[in-house]
Design a protein around this ligand. Structure first.
Ligand SMILES: NC(=O)c1ccc[n+]([C@@H]2O[C@H](COP(=O)([O-])OP(=O)(O)OC[C@H]3O[C@@H](n4cnc5c(N)ncnc54)[C@H](O)[C@@H]3O)[C@@H](O)[C@H]2O)c1
Length: 451
């Protein structure tokens, strides 16, 4: 880093905070999933507030994943330290009873292994029986997000999972994901599980997408390539889509993962029809559609040329809307169909120089939220991921100060990998994730931006 750049960084508001943070411990090494790895690599401590409703359902999931449940008092040390702490907080019906969180986590949190997992289960405030219970259930979100900030330096994460009435039987895919190394860079999130009638338990949890077809846009490189690879690795037959100039790289990805490719600019007027025809020729249905293709054309609003605005809105948002329209009109999505979109933390927090990009990415969130209840009636789900700083060509090209800030200003003190976004998408599009609908899950290591 050159002296000038460093000075500029240290004197900027964002950079100053980064420099201060550089005194923190080295970024932890994050474990990532490898074939054959168990969901949890040590005992799980389960705790509950009196009157909770999820004990049975959690125990069933723990049996299914082969986890060894231990009591908080007998949690071991050394290699036998707990790999996860799971707390059913649904019984907390008044703010006085929030003390149950302290009573469980105060004595146990220090025993959590590195790369450990904390999951706190709640009831959506809207479903609580009283104002007091709703207040208490909502309060727990602040607790979970703060725990995440305390344990991130050890590579550990904490999440909140809100389980709606009727969603008890739909938790497994989400708990598996959150407890495992697959969720390495997902941190401090609140995930909602709805009552679900489209949950299909896979025969093999390593390959939940076996027999399913999937399409991924922007699959020639970066995050899209990782998504295509991960979905194929989990058993899907993947159609890789990207612009014609990226055709060679696209074909290479498709060949490597045993999929097929389609050179298509998704913004072309005829693109939805071409896609529909293509799907029609290959069996008529697609089970999973992943909208990943995206571009940036950063400029402040005053300096932005009109094509910079139009191009970004077209690729990142309008093309997705048109493709979704074609998929739904043509009934091209199979039973238990899944749509997943790649948004961005910029779409949540806003970002200087990205009025166009943040508008498009916030629009994706709006689209997902509005479509979710409509698609539910067709047993189809739609969700989004919002990546933070992911190590790709896009972030490689950033100025060094901004890049360093992006990397460090999160609870895990590092950037994520494309595979982290890919694993998150794979969980959302799994046939077992029928209870996860209309969620926007950040893959950002709990980035401070827009937190
Ligand atoms: N890298 C990050 O840190 C980050 C952070 C947040 C969100 N994202 C989002 O993740 C997605 C993937 O980003 P990436 O970093 O892998 O970018 P990338 O530029 O490496 O890859 C994007 C791919 O999309 C393709 N594409 C662009 N326009 C297209 C079009 N009109 N039709 C078909 N394909 C098109 C490109 O050719 C390219 O292969 C994007 O939506 C991006 O906005 C990335």
């Amino acid at each position: 880093m050159s002296a000038d750049r460093y000075q500029a960084l240290a004197n900027s508001a964002l950079g100053g905070a980064v420099v201060k943070r550089l005194g923190l411990p080295a970024p932890p090494r994050l474990d990532r999933h490898e074939p054959g790895m168990p969901v949890v690599t040590g005992p799980v401590v389960f705790g509950e507030a009196r009157g909770g409703r999820l004990r049975e359902a959690v125990h069933e999931v723990m049996r299914s994943i082969g986890a060894r449940l231990v009591d908080a008092k007998t949690a071991g040390d050394g290699d036998d330290r707990p790999a996860a702490l799971v707390f059913d907080a649904t019984g907390i019906d008044s703010t006085q009873r929030l003390r149950a969180l302290y009573d469980f986590f105060h004595p146990t949190i220090a025993s959590l292994k590195r790369n450990g997992r904390v999951v706190v289960l709640t009831t959506p405030a809207i479903e609580a029986d009283s104002v007091g219970a709703a207040t208490a259930q909502r309060a727990i979100e602040g607790f979970a997000r703060s725990v995440a900030k305390e344990i991130g330096r050890y590579g550990s994460t904490a999440q909140l999972v809100e389980v709606a009435a009727g969603g008890e039987g739909a938790m497994e895919s989400t708990l598996r994901f959150l407890l495992s190394a697959r969720s390495a860079y997902v941190d401090g999130q609140a995930i909602h599980i709805q009552a679900a009638d489209s949950v299909t338990v896979p025969e093999d949890w390593e390959r939940p997408l076996a027999g399913r077809s999937a399409a991924v846009t922007g699959a020639a490189r970066g995050i899209g390539e990782a998504i295509a690879e991960t979905l194929a690795g989990q058993g899907a037959e993947v159609l890789c889509i990207d612009v014609p100039p990226a055709g060679e790289a696209l074909a290479e990805v498709a060949n490597r993962i045993g999929g097929t490719s389609l050179a298509l600019d998704i913004t072309d007027a005829g693109a939805p029809q071409r896609l529909a025809d293509h799907i029609g020729e290959r069996g008529g249905r697609i089970d999973v559609f992943v909208h990943n293709a995206g571009i940036t054309r950063d400029r402040t609003i005053a300096r932005m040329p009109p094509e910079g605005w139009d191009g970004v809105l077209e690729v990142n948002l309008s093309a997705q809307e048109r493709i979704n329209g074609a998929l739904l009109e043509g009934e091209l999505l199979g039973d238990d169909g899944r749509i997943a979109s790649v948004s961005s933390v910029s779409g949540i927090a806003g970002n200087r120089g990205q009025t166009n990009y943040a508008t498009s990415k916030a629009g994706v969130i709006g689209m997902v939220r509005a479509l979710a209840p409509v698609l539910r009636e067709r047993r189809v789900t739609v969700n989004a991921v919002a990546p933070g700083f992911i190590e790709t060509k896009m972030t490689e090209a950033m100025p060094v100060g901004t890049r360093e800030a992006g990397r460090r200003m999160n609870s895990l003190i590092q950037g994520g990998q494309p595979v982290d976004v890919a694993e998150t998408i794979a969980w959302l599009v799994s046939p077992a994730s029928g209870g996860v609908n209309g969620n926007v899950v950040r893959v950002c290591g709990q980035q401070l931006l827009g937190a």
